[in-house]
Ligand binder design. Structure first.
Ligand code: GLY
Length: 423
């Protein structure tokens, strides 16, 4: 099998690495890729948002399967174009990708499927904002009702901060979504879905705030760990049975059946799981912590979801233990990051088994040196028999990487390791 992966972040680096390690995968090509992915796969340029361009590249590279990583190409219909060209594609149609691209669509599907989620109101003009804010609180959840890579969300107990973010989103030309605050620890459960068939991966937890102790602004994700020692298997089963399967069935009933990875972001409270958001693709950085634990070769898994044979796939096999991914971010991220800094250090060379450095925002400078080229620059993953070992492995390797001005969280997975999370 020859696979073309679309995307350029650490998530795609993790996908490419797992596919390249699969003996049944003869070749992996990634487009547009990044400087780190180039070490594991042929990297070619592409306009990832253009269905025609992706189809052309899939033909040129004789791809049997196209895996679309990010949400934007999916929302724009790249998977439809690939399938229309007769090539298998892991990723939902544009109609199904509305589960992430349109929060109103997602809420409608959840209401019809009887799935618990936050109460929400969309506001599209500044004149309605204050009255709407008055119907929420004491914690306000203010979202950009468009694709904003996680950074469009502000969760705050400060009404002025909520109002300012909402006004900025409206000024940017997007509606604002106000939501009631869901309390309880958050879980990311990624499910392979084809139509009504749902196969969950290991649950993971993202750390969305920039600073230790969940301080600071929201980001695209500063680190993740898997699995979740505090989440009983019955809760994962409930998430599949009460959330993901009903949503998949509702989408099939509406004529937009889902194919690919359906990401359920949830809060777990005393009543059980409630949906914070759905995404139409692998999550970032959770994928970088989940895939190292997957023992089943990835190629056949993605192909089964793409070609409709998911129900016949043998149960997924997982390695025992845990994985932790820590994001190394550029100076000033999540605001406009400084780029062009040289990345160096022994940690970039092949590291000890069970650790990996995945590239997110990197490039080669004119002199061939590795430089930062985005807000989230590198992801360092460690694995181990338990969270403590996995954390130690990740942070030991991260300590051997230099990026001027960089910052990272020091507490990824720490609360779970210390038993401070319960449901
Ligand atoms: N982990 C957050 C996201 O992928 O959107």
């Amino acid at each position: 099998m020859r696979v073309l992966v679309i995307g350029s972040g650490a998530r795609e680096h993790a996908l490419v690495s797992a596919l390249a390690d699969d003996p049944a995968v003869e070749a992996v090509v990634c487009a547009p890729g990044n400087a780190g992915i180039a070490a594991r796969a042929q990297v070619l340029p592409v306009d990832a948002a253009s269905g025609d361009a992706v189809v052309g590249l899939a033909r040129d590279t004789a791809a049997d399967l196209v895996v679309v990583g990010p949400e934007v190409p999916l929302v724009l219909g790249v998977a439809d174009a690939v399938r229309a060209a007769g090539i298998a594609c892991f990723g939902p149609s544009a109609a199904a990708a509305r589960i992430e691209g349109s929060k109103a669509f997602a809420k409608d599907v959840m209401a019809a499927a009887g799935v618990r989620t936050a109460r929400a109101e969309s506001v599209d003009n500044a004149g309605d904002l204050d009255a709407a804010l008055g119907r929420f609180g004491p914690t306000w959840v203010v979202k950009d009702d468009g694709l904003a890579a996680g950074k469009g969300v502000v969760v705050t107990a400060d009404l002025e901060e909520a109002r300012a973010h909402a006004a900025a989103v409206l000024d940017g030309g997007h509606p604002v979504l106000l939501e009631s605050f869901l309390s309880g620890p958050e879980v990311s459960l990624f499910c392979l879905v084809h139509g009504r068939t749902v196969v969950p991966l290991l649950p993971a937890q993202d750390h969305k705030r920039a600073g230790d102790g969940d301080a600071g602004p929201n980001t695209g994700g500063m680190g993740a760990y898997a699995p979740l020692p505090w989440l009983p298997q019955e809760m994962t089963d409930r998430i599949v049975d009460e959330v993901v399967a009903p949503v998949a069935a509702e989408m099939a009933d509406r004529g937009c059946p889902y194919t690919g990875l359906l990401y359920a972001g949830l809060a777990i409270d005393s009543e059980g799981p409630a949906v914070v958001e759905f995404n139409c693709r692998f999550g970032d950085p959770e994928t970088q912590a989940i895939l190292p634990l997957l023992r089943t070769p990835l190629g056949a898994v993605l192909a089964a979801a793409a070609d409709g044979t998911l129900a016949g796939l043998p149960p997924l096999e997982w390695r025992a233990g845990a994985a932790v991914t820590v994001v190394l971010a550029a100076q000033n991220y999540p605001a406009i990051p400084r780029t062009g800094d040289v990345i160096s250090g022994a940690g970039l060379a092949d590291g000890p088994d069970g650790t990996a450095v995945l590239h997110a925002g990197t490039a080669r400078g004119e002199d061939g040196r590795l430089v930062s080229a985005g807000g989230r620059v590198l992801n360092v993953t460690g694995t181990g028999d338990d969270l403590a070992q996995a954390r130690a492995a990740a942070y030991a390797r991260l300590a051997q990487i230099n990026l001027p001005g960089a910052h990272h969280r020091t507490d990824i997975g720490l609360a779970a390791e210390q038993g401070r999370i319960s449901v």
